[in-house]
Design a protein. Structure first.
Length: 179
């Protein structure tokens, strides 16, 4: 799997910002979707538009579902990190990324993982608007080489743990969230 892309790192930072903006003390899966929508310049947003899903309408629906009237103060920024459900989504995103070695983990993989997990308002919204996993995966680059072997889940969990430690230094050890 290629190293993490700049886009992936931006999306994680935006997810934290979205959690704070919506008044959450942790990053939930819906904040990942809000981060994708905030970034806008990514293949996932382009896919949403081409599938007839308006990013602003999606954002409004998610805001309505998760918004708390009091944002989290910036001084608390370092104490905001992904919850266990979000770590599961990120883990699945890395599994998705491992299936297309030409593309580093990105917004498309996060979108696929959100759709696969089924535990968020974002997933419900995407399904209500008939977005499918095959539509997302159709945008993964094709490789001419042999099929990619199924990655070892422990290796994926270790890669994710390393990324979480780097991006969210104050977070508890992510290894404890991932089995």
């Amino acid at each position: 799997m290629p190293p993490f892309s700049e886009e992936w790192e931006i999306l994680l930072a935006y997810a934290r910002d979205e959690a704070m903006r919506t008044g959450w003390l942790n990053i939930a899966p819906d904040h990942l979707m809000l981060a994708i929508l905030r970034h806008r310049d990514n293949a996932a947003c382009r896919l949403l538009v081409s599938s007839g899903i308006a990013p602003d309408a999606c954002k409004d629906a998610l805001d309505e579902a998760v918004f708390s009237p009091e944002p989290v103060p910036y001084a608390m920024r370092d104490s905001i990190f992904p919850n266990a459900r979000t770590l599961a989504v990120l883990n699945i995103a890395l599994l998705e990324a491992s299936q297309c070695p030409a593309l580093p983990p990105c917004a498309l993989h996060l979108l696929a993982a959100l759709l696969r997990t089924g535990n968020s308002r974002a997933c419900a919204y995407l399904r209500e608007h008939r977005l499918t996993l095959s539509a997302i995966r159709s945008l993964y680059p094709k490789t001419n080489g042999p099929e990619t072997p199924v990655p070892d889940p422990k290796e994926i969990a270790e890669i994710l743990a390393e990324q979480i430690r780097k991006t969210f230094p104050a977070a508890p050890a992510p290894d404890s969230f991932i089995s």
